[in-house]
Design a protein around this ligand. Structure first.
Ligand code: EPU
Length: 427
């Protein structure tokens, strides 16, 4: 597993132009595993997660757990979080400030200990990412907040959360992370909490299933609200992390932009968001379920199109940077409208080095089609940006170097290895 703080100097070298062919297995979902890791911190019984991905944040989470007195471990896809007292309520500032998930881990620790100290969270910095709804969830549960020595300290005067009424809605739609934080607080509250505008992402569906298995009663209320009855006694849970729809989408685009045909083990067509399936269909790419695999075939050849990112099952924001490479291969001009984040265009500058022509206005970007890509040397600055560069390099004529490859290991167990198994010339 990539170590936390691993060198940002790592680079991959790619000779493009090889159609990808063959079969690879899809890893467990990075974002679902992360949400379940945060949920594990809220548990006073043991947790075992199978098919957990060996991504960099898994190591970071284990270090945070160890610092709080829980000997969590990860081996061969199994994440174990034993039942243990949290002997500290202070998240390691160095590690926690590097990952976005730390704010939801803080909510879980607050729920269990009645107090927590944590830094501002890090994570991919493609735009400003506020945490106001996470803090609002803590306050709704009764916490007071103060800042001391650069750390935030949240304290519940009664030592445990009170039942609360909370909305996860932000100006950009429901927040996945804030829904998660609120769920973990509500799981410990006396009484029934009401969560309005919860995120519809599959991550939240899985966390609800996980918490139900632990004994937390969660049901749907009117107008899509979640009603959560907290509990003091939780049961041990073993849960299998579902397949990573973002990795499957990334590899599907890799096949499409190289004109290949691949099979992805362990995932089915219906697990890909409908907005993304539609995008591939219009682009001329065929998806099918064949046995236990999802097959992807066809050459990117459709007309230019508009993609609008949004909450599940709309087109996912995390596949927007990789999809830009495919848009550049279509016939005619395309438009990208980013609705989940105020801005997600960190990849456009580097893609220009490969010959992708784009222009930005506000939340939208236009991408010219009919583009022949040529090899380039670029530096990835976040997970999906680095992935987009790798896909451009696979589709390009000639040699490319993608530095900042450390980011690939934050989203994927071994993306270069999987691409190599599909025939890519990647070192
Ligand atoms: N927002 C606020 N206030 C908050 C929280 C969020 O205004 O307190 C805004 C954000 O700025 C954004 C919108 O709400 O505009 C949605 O953000 P959300 O909270 O849903 O995102 P997140 O929980 O921080 C997770 C994933 C992201 C993924 C988004 C959207 C993890 C660890 N991260 O982030 O994944 O893009 O949901 O689905 O689960 C990635 O994998 O590359 C990645 C960035």
């Amino acid at each position: 597993m990539t170590a936390v703080g691993a060198s940002t100097e790592l680079a991959v070298q790619i000779t493009g132009g090889v159609p990808l062919c063959g079969r690879v297995a899809i890893q467990g979902s990075k974002n679902t595993a992360l949400s379940l890791y945060a949920a594990a911190f809220a548990m006073n019984a043991a947790v075992t997660l199978t098919k957990a991905p060996a991504v960099a944040d898994t190591a970071a989470v284990i270090r945070i757990a160890t610092g709080l007195g829980v000997p969590a471990g990860f081996n061969a896809g199994v994440f174990q979080f034993p039942a243990a007292e949290l002997t500290s309520g202070e998240l390691d500032p160095l590690i926690a400030s590097r990952i976005r998930l730390s704010i939801s881990i803080a909510a879980a620790v607050l729920a269990r200990r009645g107090t927590v100290s944590f830094p501002l969270p890090g994570g991919d910095g493609f735009c400003e990412r506020p945490i106001d709804r996470h803090l609002a969830a803590m306050c709704a549960a009764g916490a007071t907040l103060r800042e001391t020595g650069g750390q935030l300290v949240a304290t519940l005067p009664r030592g445990r959360p009170q039942a609360f009424d909370f909305s996860a809605l932000t100006p950009y739609g429901p927040s996945l992370g804030a829904t998660l934080s609120a769920l973990l607080l509500a799981a410990h509250a006396d009484g029934i909490s009401v969560l309005r505008h919860p995120s519809p992402e599959p991550e939240i569906t899985h966390v609800c299933r996980f918490l139900r298995a632990a004994g937390v009663a969660i049901r749907m209320g009117p107008r899509g609200t979640l009603l959560v009855a907290g509990t003091r006694r939780m049961a041990e849970v073993t849960y299998c992390v579902p397949a990573d729809r973002m990795e499957a989408g990334t590899l599907a685009i890799a096949a499409a932009v190289t004109g290949g045909a691949i099979a992805l083990d362990g995932i089915s067509v219906d697990q890909l968001p409908a907005g993304f399936r539609e995008f591939l269909g219009v682009s001329g790419i065929r998806l099918a379920d064949t046995g236990n695999a999802l097959t992807v075939s066809g050459v990117a050849s459709g007309p230019g199109q508009t993609i609008v990112t949004g909450p599940h099952p709309a087109f996912p924001t995390d596949l927007q940077p990789p999809a830009t490479v495919l848009l550049a291969r279509l016939r005619g001009r395309s438009r990208i409208v980013e609705r989940v984040f105020p801005r997600r265009t960190s990849h456009l500058r580097g893609l220009a080095e490969f010959g992708v022509r784009s222009s930005e206005t506000g939340h939208a970007a236009e991408v010219a089609g009919d583009t022949r890509l040529t090899g380039a040397d670029v530096v990835g600055t976040d997970i999906r940006c680095a992935v987009a560069y790798v896909l451009a390099a696979l589709a390009a004529d000639g040699d490319s170097t993608v530095a900042g490859a450390y980011h690939l290991g934050r989203g994927h167990e071994d993306l270069p290895g999987k691409l190599r198994a599909l025939g890519a010339r990647i070192r």
